[in-house]
Design a protein around this ligand. Sequence first.
Ligand code: ZN
Length: 397
Amino acid sequence: MLGFPQIWQYPRHFLVPKQERCQKLGLGKFNDSNIERSSRNLGKNKGVEEVMSRNILRLICGLGLTLSSLCFATAQSDSLSDTQDQQTKSSTQAQEQDQAPQKPTDPSGFDGDYAFQILKAICDLGPRVSASEPMLKQQQMIREHFEGLGATVINQDFLAAHPLDNKRQVQLRNMIVRFHPENKRRLLLGCHYDTRPFPDRDQHNPQGLFLGANDGASGVGFFFELGKHLVDLKGKYGIDLIFFDGEEFVWRTGIDPMFLGSTHFATEYAKNRWNGKYAYGIVVDMIADKELELYFEGNSVQYAPKLAQSIWGVAKELGVKEFIPEQRHHIRDDHLPLNSIARIPTVDIIDFDYPNVNVGNIYWHTEKDLPENCSAESLEKVGRVLLEWLRQMQNMK
Ligand SMILES: [Zn+2]
């Protein structure tokens, strides 16, 4: 992932004057008919609308809606249902007193410890730069795990010129893991699984070792655990987990193109909707930060405002306060091609304050992006929210 809170820019082909984007609800280079089509797609999906409307109403009624920018409305959270939370906590505590003092189990069943163990195992492979040996090992791990669960795993291979040698073609690979592939109505959850070649923002060693525990391995560990729940999570939608390659095959900062895998996927999808039709997409990136703080991401809110409010609304229902319904950053990430090329309304769930908002994003793209700065609890919180969101989506008529 790459993003600059203050001086962010779209890639050149996304570049549209900001005011214009705002007027068009953030739909970058779309023309009016595309905007209408996008809006219709949202409107068609009645079940999603119900989830979203319910959560939006909750946010509006319970909290009040305020404009956080000229572009869109962001629900402002003030007081969560503290009384209810306290009651729930009290009864939970009473039950727990009868038991041995163990770490409480996540009621959703999402095992953050397992996701974190996978994160560490992925880091143990070494840096997973596109087309490198550790990347090939990671691909093998992904195939074995998800085929073992009974999912269908598809490699989407493509060639890209190596940034340092245009004559050299490198093979990159998106991996598409499909649950219930017979269902034509689908949801997409994506993460990148490559790592940046160098920790180029590291003040001491910018050519050093970049492990990408949070920026790379967190999504993989998360999906390994999430996949275990998707086999039995049947309903309105089939679900695809997509591992995008080449998100940051960046050898020269600010020069080399990003989002190679998601751009390839989005382009192929736009040509031929071979996977059925994706109603919505969610990209997760940097979700294992030990001090989890998940704000609305600006481009997501511009492209897919109802989806963003729906997910953060579920977090509010569950009392997961790390999902903060305020906008904080504009991030360039894999959700941009999914929104603008594939036209799948897609939200980026990302913690761009690594380790926290007080000191800033100082671990990002540095040698500090290590498992010790990530946690199982953070992965579990995101898992709890997304599993519940998926359950609600699956149960919609
Ligand atoms: Zn990154």
